[in-house]
Design a protein around this ligand. Sequence first.
Ligand SMILES: Cc1c2[nH]c(c1CCC(=O)O)Cc1[nH]c(c(CCC(=O)O)c1C)Cc1[nH]c(c(CCC(=O)O)c1C)Cc1[nH]c(c(C)c1CCC(=O)O)C2
Length: 369
Amino acid sequence: MGALIEKAGGRIVTATYGTDEHRRLLRTLKGETMWPPPVWLMRQAGRFLPEFRALREKADFLTRCMTPDIATEITLQPVRRFAMDGAILFSDILVLPWAMGQSLEFVENRGPVLGAIRSEADLNRLDPKRVPEVTAPVMETLSRLRKALREPVGVAAADTVTLIGFAGAPFTVACYMVDGGGSREFAQTRLMAYQEPGLFDQLIALLTETTTDMLSAQIEAGAQAVMLFDSWAGLLPPLEFRRHVIGATRQIVSELKRRHPGVPVIGFPRLAGGMAAEYARETGVDTMALDTSADLAAVAGQVSPDLVLQGNLDPVSVLAGGQAMLKEALAIREAGRGRPHVFNLGHGVLPTTPPEHVGELIAAIRKVN
Ligand SMILES: Cc1c2[nH]c(c1CCC(=O)O)Cc1[nH]c(c(CCC(=O)O)c1C)Cc1[nH]c(c(CCC(=O)O)c1C)Cc1[nH]c(c(C)c1CCC(=O)O)C2
């Protein structure tokens, strides 16, 4: 196929259709060491770009997630501007409980509000059989995205951008399901884990199975890698962490590997701290995403050299921009040198981040020196 030359985010990219040669993110997620590292940002879709805010007026959040035209467009917006090495599906971790029948609303300035699950009767009202039908539009979005990314998208060259699917990890999704919305402590959820371990195990088992099937469907629809967001993993003490974070993740990863050998899985056990190395060793994830608090160089010394690390610039430094951001960013890039590393943030990009700061960040990461 014809070679293509395109200027992308300040670098020249040559892409040959149908080969892995220029898929820098996918190759890194499969274990190759690249310099400079590939880069994308958590929560890059649907947050900080003015072109997204314009679309936001048109439909509520769940409608945006469930309408392939809109979700495809929002996913591509950051790619068009910055030629990110990855495109993350525009959707949400709470689509899964909603698809099983739990009520869900996104309330302005408050975040998600769900009908809390507190009893076996509540749990039994959920219907996992509905998930494939309800999430069919999400799979349609993924197949459109995969097709769109075979052509140039804005400054991104054809067939260079890796399409990432995702889900919440069972514990984090359970947090929202049981507490009924966002919280700092998720005390109701953790109380259930201690007081009604049988019921909580049932919920985690249900989420483990439905998450596996949903990620598998995402891969079949076109996702080239998948990520498990465990944003609240760090709330659990070691025994519970082993059971509900490591145990559930290990089951999902091993079944995905059986069904889709070679498709990389990224795990993000946010604030796992002292449990991160065990998570890396025991879950089977190919890539571990680090939160802002982790010292990338120190973690690199504790895990297998084959484990891909992703992260972990403070999103607030990108809000600040300028030298403060660049100094942090280049130190992280340097810490990942010589091992497989995907440059990213330590948590999602903040909605008020000026797009020019993101542009400067991407250019600095891609500068070869
Ligand atoms: C915990 C969590 C949620 N959702 C997610 C997590 C894990 C990552 C993290 O810790 O940030 C993950 C998520 N949410 C969204 C994406 C899509 C793609 C992307 O990463 O850019 C992803 C990967 C879109 C979204 N998810 C949500 C929005 C905003 C909704 C709106 O436009 O009103 C978007 C674009 C809503 C949402 N969804 C959730 C909350 C707490 C909120 C409200 C606050 C917020 O905006 O972050 C749950």
